[in-house]
Design a protein. Structure first.
Length: 153
C-alpha cells in the first residue's frame, strides 16, 4: 500500500487538496517530496493511523521479546528474519538475539526506533565482515592474537 506523493509546494499551495488525498488514501498517509537532495521526504499521516501503527508495533515487540526470553531457537529464527545473520557464528547469533530483545523493549518504551535500527545495522556490518574472506581472515587473526596474549575479545 503505497502512499500518494505530492511536492512540498503543493502542500503549501493546495493544503485542502492534499488533505483530501490523505483521507482517501488506503494508508491514510501522503508522502511529501522535498526538492533538496540533502533533506529527507516527509510523511503526512492521520493521528489515528499513527496511533494504530504504534499499537501494532508495541504488540509485536512485546510478543517478540517474550518469545526471545523463552529461548526459542534464536539460531534458527534470526537467520530466517535476517538472511545475512547466517554469516554470524552461533555465539554471535545468541548475542545478537539477546541485544535485540533488550533493545527492542527499551526502544519501544521510549517510542524511538533508532536504537533498534542502529543495533541491526551494527550486526549486519559484522555479518558483512564475516562474508568477505579477506576481512574474515583479518578478524580471525586479530581474535587469535588477543586470545594468545591473554586479552578478552
Amino acid at each position: 500500500m503505497r502512499a500518494p506523493e505530492v511536492n512540498l509546494s503543493e502542500l503549501s499551495l493546495h493544503p485542502r487538496r492534499v488533505v483530501e488525498q490523505l483521507e482517501q488514501s488506503p494508508s491514510r498517509s501522503v508522502r511529501i517530496r522535498r526538492r533538496e537532495k540533502d533533506k529527507p521526504d516527509l510523511l503526512l499521516v492521520t493521528a489515528e493511523r499513527a496511533e494504530q501503527a504504534a499499537a501494532a508495533v508495541s504488540a509485536a515487540v512485546a510478543i517478540l521479546v517474550e518469545l526471545m526470553r523463552r529461548d526459542v531457537e534464536t539460531t534458527e529464527v534470526l537467520p530466517a528474519a535476517f538472511p545475512w545473520a547466517r554469516y554470524l557464528s552461533a555465539a554471535e547469533t545468541r548475542a545478537f538475539a539477546g541485544e535485540l530483545a533488550e533493545t527492542l523493549e527499551r526502544a519501544e518504551s521510549l517510542g524511538n526506533p533508532v536504537p533498534v535500527a542502529a543495533l541491526v545495522a551494527k550486526w549486519k556490518q559484522t555479518a558483512e565482515a564475516h562474508a568477505d574472506p579477506e576481512v574474515a581472515e583479518i578478524l580471525r587473526r586479530k581474535h587469535h592474537n588477543r586470545q594468545t596474549s591473554g586479552q578478552s575479545s
